[in-house]
Ligand binder design. Structure first.
Ligand code: RFL
Ligand code: PHB
Length: 392
């Protein structure tokens, strides 16, 4: 058995784990990352596309914003299409100049992995049988790596291992409470090398269900359709996807839509989920390991980033100033922001999707709410403030 001693063992090399690693490295704090997949697999997962300003700032602080600055697309508004009519929500005007940036999660991950490789930091990719133990006393992480058994002895474990990870699952049942809502539909996503249908994102509420027109660059588009959970990707040829998307769009967008062969196609279920607390002795949960939001509000990756902002400064405060205040307040601070993002994501999902169980009355009420939000300055401001991201 190989014994490795370090200060922080980070489980998972998604955006949360990688960003924490980079911020600890910048502060000179010794750590390792243990990931069950290969670096190539992690960097190729197609997921989020929208970064809040605070996430962009954090990537800048971590010193990994060169590609983001060069290739990210700043957006100062979004369009909402309802009743066949598009309406623009001017995010910047309503939030004193704030905006969001279109930059793929794959790019964020690649930039962070590259910075990590450049700094020659220790990562165990394709680790097997990862286990976390003794996090109420002297934390240990054990795993099998390249034919050998390893044990990491550390002060803290950062559980950045996503919704299906091992960290949350290792917490004794009587110490944890979870809250969950599962939605009765999924998002079918298509990535294609065609120019986006519009300069800004279009969120579509239609009688046939929700759709979203997003992008990764000026030549790469990302589109989503609300589909029943019983559908399989194989049921959706490219042709069927584009036809259905056109049916949900307004005539102008339908006319402008450029279609082409998909380079990725997948169905993601929608879920709201929160774990309380987010700290268990010397084990901290961060990102999807602690909470999930439905993607409608574009908050998942951004919440992972805000957890890491709190956790990195708490650990830096602990090691550099000898103060435990940050680590003691970590869970409460994160959860305050998490629940607000949960509320916003639930509300956007509820407002824009078609629920099979909703009565005609419920449907009319929803239309009235959307119409109110879009016609009122106060309503639009509420949407804009949450969309660009609440302050830390
Ligand atoms: P991740 O990215 O899931 O990374 C967790 C890592 O942990 C590894 N792992 C383990 N490693 C070692 N041992 C184990 N036992 C392990 N178990 C798991 C995994 O292999 C993985 O590498 O979590 P993290 O870092 O917390 O990041 C969260 C984000 O990935 C997620 O919130 C976003 O992708 C959500 N999301 C969006 N967020 C946004 O902010 N804006 C968006 O526009 C947005 N769109 C989306 C999304 C998620 C989507 N899907 C597919 C769920 C659109 C979609 C369709
Ligand atoms: C994406 O581009 O993948 C995306 C954008 C906005 C969302 C969700 C996903 O709300």
């Amino acid at each position: 058995m190989e014994i490795v001693k370090t200060k922080v063992a980070i489980i998972g090399s998604g955006p949360a784990g990688l960003l924490l690693g980079q911020l600890l490295y910048k502060a000179g704090i010794d750590h390792v990352i243990i990931e069950q997949r290969s670096a190539e697999y992690v960097a190729s997962r197609i997921r989020a596309g929208i970064l809040e300003q605070v996430s962009v700032d954090l990537l800048e602080q971590a010193g990994v914003d060169q590609n983001l600055k060069a290739n990210g697309l700043p957006h100062s508004g979004i369009e909402i299409l309802t009743n066949g009519k598009k309406q623009r929500v001017d995010l910047s005007l309503l939030t004193k100049g704030k905006q969001v940036t279109v930059y793929g999660q794959t790019e964020v991950t690649k930039d962070l992995i590259q910075a990590r490789e450049h700094a020659e930091l220790i990562s165990f990719y394709e680790a097997e049988q990862v286990q976390v133990d003794d996090f109420y006393s002297k934390p240990k992480v054990t795993f099998h790596y390249q034919g050998k058994d390893y044990q990491i002895e550390c002060d803290f474990i950062a559980g950045c291992d996503g919704y299906h990870g091992v960290c949350r699952a290792s917490v004794p049942e009587d110490k944890i409470k979870t809250f969950e809502k599962v939605y009765p539909f999924g998002w079918l996503g298509v990535l294609a090398d065609v120019p986006p249908v519009a300069d800004e994102l279009i969120y579509v509420q239609s009688e046939r269900g929700f759709a979203l027109c997003s992008m990764r660059s000026e030549t790469r588009s990302r589109y989503y359709l609300q589909v029943p959970l019983t559908d399989h990707v194989e049921d959706w040829s490219d042709e069927r996807f584009w036809e259905e998307l056109k049916r949900r769009l307004d005539p102008e967008s339908r006319e402008k839509l450029v279609t082409g062969g998909s380079i990725e196609k997948s169905i993601a279920p929608l879920r709201s989920f929160v774990t309380e607390p987010m700290r268990f002795g010397q084990l901290f949960l961060a990102g999807d390991a602690a909470h999930i939001v439905p993607p409608t509000g574009a908050k998942g990756l951004n919440l992972a980033a805000s957890d890491i902002a709190y956790l990195s400064s708490a650990l830096i405060e602990y090691y550099l100033d000898g103060s435990e205040q940050g680590i003691n307040e970590y869970s409460e601070k994160c959860l305050q922001r998490v629940w607000k993002a949960e509320r916003f994501s639930w509300w956007m999902t509820h407002l824009l999707h078609r629920f099979e169980t909703e009565s005609e009355f419920d449907h009319k009420i929803k239309q009235a709410e959307l119409s109110y939000i879009l016609s009122s300055h106060a309503g639009q401001t509420t949407l804009a403030e949450n969309y660009v991201g609440l302050p830390y």
